[in-house]
Design a protein around this ligand. Structure first.
Ligand code: SAH
Length: 368
């Protein structure tokens, strides 16, 4: 017997929302702050342990609410220290979350949707189709569970310092839940992450990017991948709706909105013979002239039945050298977690109904 489905999941609540809820149940708003700290700082899900809350409140919470994160069904470790978790949601769908430890930081790569509706031709998530948006509890639950597991690790030094929305899905097509989750990530009573260490990665949903610009202060990465519309149309089909010029203008508005925003990361996956020529590099320099950028070159990570190959190391170096010579800050992303299919674009999850992409596309076309 389970009553869990009818209980409110407190992982869905930002501090603001929880304060409202507490006012409704005649509790003092500062109790909400105490509870938020228990949930997100202490990773506590047992109300009995929340000893600075009254017994009556704990009992009331126990009866009507719960703290329920997605369930870990697979925990894989890569030889390079990368972790990948397959997480099962209440409806049976699965998503993937990846932790990438580096000497100076620990990055958690989280998913925002079950699958993806965007059909970028070089991405394995796209091939899985789209099922639905993740709830706030499912987005923040990835951080909650990863932090809990990493803290319990005997080596003990695995701290999540950075979050990137580069897992499955397009975060700006799940706008409200992504924004609520970001509020919790930045909240000092919850995760207290610095705004420069939370990165939203988008394929370029221009109206949603303009909303994000004003709503919350985070870092931005844009999946550019091509220096002209003709090519980008084939790699990132949403480009037909929001072409490069429109996207870059939106990026410029993002940068102009806050003095501290200095650069946008432009992601560029290198596909052999497709977008990796000297001429492509020169075109890229030209289009980025008015948009302060940091180019992140990503060696293509293959997956079964893909039509693409990764550019050779020589080609990658040459491409990078052309950009660097023109004064563009350019980095080549080191591939991590390849042996457990945890690298960029390899996240597939497990989706029960993959047929919803078409419907989602129709909604997009209608401008929803
Ligand atoms: N939808 C968002 C976030 C998910 S993709 C976006 O498009 O930005 C996160 C990053 O991984 C993007 O830059 C994406 O283009 C890149 N990526 C996707 N498939 C890849 C692959 N097979 N190899 C390398 N990078 C890939």
């Amino acid at each position: 017997m389970s009553t869990t489905q009818t209980k409110l999941n407190l992982l869905d609540f930002s501090q603001q929302k929880l304060k409202q809820y507490f006012t409704e149940i005649n509790e003092k708003p500062f109790r909400a702050t105490q509870l938020i700290k228990w949930i997100h700082q202490q990773n506590e899900s047992d109300f009995d342990k929340m000893t600075n809350l009254s017994k009556t409140l704990r009992h009331a919470l126990e009866k009507t609410t719960e703290i329920r994160a997605p369930k870990v069904v697979l925990d894989q470790h890569s030889a390079d220290g990368t972790h990948k978790w397959l997480l099962r949601l209440d409806d049976g769908n699965c998503i993937e979350t990846v932790f990438i430890p580096e000497s100076t930081r620990g990055t958690l790569c989280i998913s925002s949707q079950v699958g993806c509706a965007l059909a970028c031709t070089f991405c394995s998530t796209a091939r899985q189709g789209f099922n639905r948006n993740l709830t706030v509890a499912e987005i923040i639950g990835q951080l909650w569970i990863a932090k809990k597991i990493l803290q319990a690790d005997p080596s003990g030094d695995r701290v999540i310092s950075n979050i990137v929305f580069m897992g499955m899905g397009e975060p700006l097509l799940n706008y409200d839940n992504v924004i609520d989750s970001i509020h919790l990530m930045l909240d000092d009573n919850a995760y207290g992450l610095s705004k420069r260490r939370v990165t939203v990665s988008t394929s370029g949903i221009v109206p949603a990017l303009d909303r994000l610009t004003k709503a919350v202060d985070v870092a931005l990465a844009v999946s550019l991948h091509a220096p002209n519309d003709e090519l980008r149309d084939t790699l990132v089909p949403i480009n037909k709706k929001y072409p490069i010029q429109q996207l870059l203008e939106s990026c410029q508005r993002f940068l102009a909105n806050k003095a501290a925003r200095e650069r946008i990361t432009m992601e560029y996956v290198l596909l052999q013979g497709i977008n990796d020529s000297d001429e492509h590099a020169r075109q890229l320099i030209k289009i980025l002239k008015n948009t302060p950028s940091k180019v992140n070159l990503i060696p293509f990570n293959p997956f079964p039945e893909t039509r693409y190959q990764c550019s050779s190391n020589n080609r990658i170096h040459r491409f990078q050298a052309i950009l660097v010579d023109a004064g563009l800050i350019t980095m080549t992303r080191r591939t991590r977690g390849e042996d457990i299919d945890a690298a960029c674009g390899q996240l597939a999850g497990k989706i029960s109904d993959k047929s919803r992409r078409e419907r989602h596309f129709i909604e997009l076309e209608k401008g929803k």
